[in-house]
Design a protein. Structure first.
Length: 242
């Protein structure tokens, strides 16, 4: 996984400063531009790993009735964060969501009898994540708000995220600990890093289409609690970006 394009955003009441740097293993560069964009708010983003349930159909009896796994188990999210995270609303039957029945009925009423549904990738499909950052520098929480609250749920093993997003989040946590980057405190309005947005690009046409998913690069945008690049703590931002 290559991490490229780290874009910190310094947050202030009137404006924000976007600092973009391109991270590669060989070199890095930074350029700045003023922007009046509003802070990035975390939205249901968020889980990443492919599931391989054991389909044991070797059961035999006199009438040879093999045990067929419940499709809902093979197509379940099986995410450890589901109960506390607000990012996903469906845990079971990902291959056949409830709205599919409504879609079938809609097209059937229009005389379309051959409507089909392709669920595509059931895990690791989300290529853009907007996450809040809270906690402490040594133990940051990077994730989504618990439903109905502003309590951030740490989601390091999100099943919907592209694997490169989870890897980039872990790398960001390591950088925060090393540089003592303090997460934002919503009650005291203090701290440094407020939000992070991660986007995976897989449009590398030099690679075969089958290899682009696992070779996806991540663009990281950081929302920083600072007025400009010379404010207190901005040195950490530049260090984190490079």
């Amino acid at each position: 996984m290559l991490l490229s394009l780290i874009s910190p955003i310094l947050q202030s009441p009137s404006s924000s400063l976007i600092v973009k740097s391109h991270l590669t293993t060989q070199s890095s560069s930074i350029h700045t531009q003023l922007s009046s964009s509003s802070p990035l708010l975390p939205s249901p983003s968020p889980k990443t790993l492919s599931l391989n349930p054991d389909n044991n159909n070797n059961n035999t009896s006199t009438n040879y009735n093999p045990i067929v796994p419940d499709p809902s188990l093979n197509c379940a999210l099986q995410c450890q964060h589901f109960d506390s995270c607000s990012g996903c609303t469906h845990e079971w039957n990902l291959h056949s969501p409830n709205i599919l029945d409504e879609a079938n009925a809609f097209f059937r009423n229009l005389g379309v009898s051959n409507f089909t549904f392709d669920s595509c990738r059931l895990w690791g499909w989300r290529c853009r994540a907007k996450l809040a950052v809270r906690g402490s520098s040594v133990k940051p929480l990077i994730g989504l708000y618990q439903e109905g609250t502003h309590n951030v749920v740490d989601i390091p093993a999100c099943q919907a995220h592209h694997p490169s997003i989870n890897a980039a989040v872990e790398l960001l946590k390591q950088g925060m600990a090393k540089l003592d980057v303090v997460p934002y405190d919503e009650d005291e309005l203090t701290g440094e890093l407020r939000y992070v947005q991660m986007a995976v690009t897989m449009h590398n046409t030099s690679l075969p289409a089958t290899e682009r998913y696992r070779s996806g690069k991540v663009q990281v945008s950081l929302v920083w609690n600072s007025r400009n690049e010379t404010s207190y703590g901005a040195d950490k931002l530049n260090a984190l970006a490079t």
